[in-house]
Design a protein around this ligand. Structure first.
Ligand SMILES: [Zn+2]
Ligand SMILES: [Zn+2]
Length: 222
């Protein structure tokens, strides 16, 4: 289940994007705000306490490197991990930079899921809207359908691959805590960016606020 679910999340995102590709999805900012608040909350409630069983400055350093890593990945993905895609796609060729940076991100996401059911749900909720946005963008940019499917298929496999590596490789299991701390940094960067960018105009939006609060409450109990 831990392997299949993150892959299915991408597949579900693709199907939703196909269904709504003409009309678009007007509620996307609200869905994104919920997913961001949910991901941030499960990270704070269910993953952060695990790496800090012993207070340590070193763990903080690993978390910080996760944030820095995501900042660097952002230069290449232009924000696709948190909900918007900008690509100069006049060539229509395979978007390698976007693919590689998204894959590194998704691979890392897989590590803490192997033994953490709450994080698994958090990442699924985070992946569905991201997959929708990617698929909608590719469709609009007139990518070939096969290219889109190959991209999303490989992208969808990265998180299960991360989980698999973390359980199967003895060496990685030894470094479970530092790797999870790096993943925390990645989650913190992505989820807070989603939240900040979902209120770009700083206008009060009750629906958005409620969806953020709902994300916190649900994450507390999963
Ligand atoms: Zn952005
Ligand atoms: Zn992600």
């Amino acid at each position: 289940m831990n392997y299949l679910a993150p892959f299915l999340a991408v597949a579900i995102g693709y199907v939703i994007a196909r269904l709504f590709q003409k009309k678009g999805i007007r509620q996307m900012p609200i869905i994104l705000a919920f997913s961001g608040s949910f991901l941030l909350s499960v990270t704070l409630f269910h993953l952060l306490p695990e790496v800090f069983t012993i207070p340590s400055k070193e763990i903080g350093l690993y978390i910080m490197s996760g944030i820095l890593l995501q900042i660097i990945l952002d230069f290449f993905s232009k924000g696709a991990e948190h909900g918007h895609v900008h690509l100069h796609s006049d060539t229509g060729s395979f978007p390698w930079l976007l693919f590689i940076s998204l894959s590194i991100h998704a691979l890392l996401e897989g590590f803490p899921l192997a033994n953490n059911q709450s994080m698994l749900i958090g990442v699924i909720i985070h992946k569905i809207p991201i997959a929708i946005i990617l698929a909608l963008f590719f469709n609009k940019a007139n990518y070939h359908k096969v290219t889109i499917i190959i991209f999303l298929l490989l992208f969808g496999l990265m998180t299960p691959l991360g989980s698999l590596l973390s359980t199967e490789l003895e060496l990685l299991r030894e470094y479970e805590t530092p790797i999870n701390a790096v993943a925390i940094g990645v989650f913190l960067h992505v989820s807070t960016t989603i939240l900040f960018e979902s209120s770009k105009d700083h206008k009060f939006n009750l629906a958005k606020l409620l969806s953020i609060i709902l994300g916190v409450v649900v994450a507390y109990f999963v």
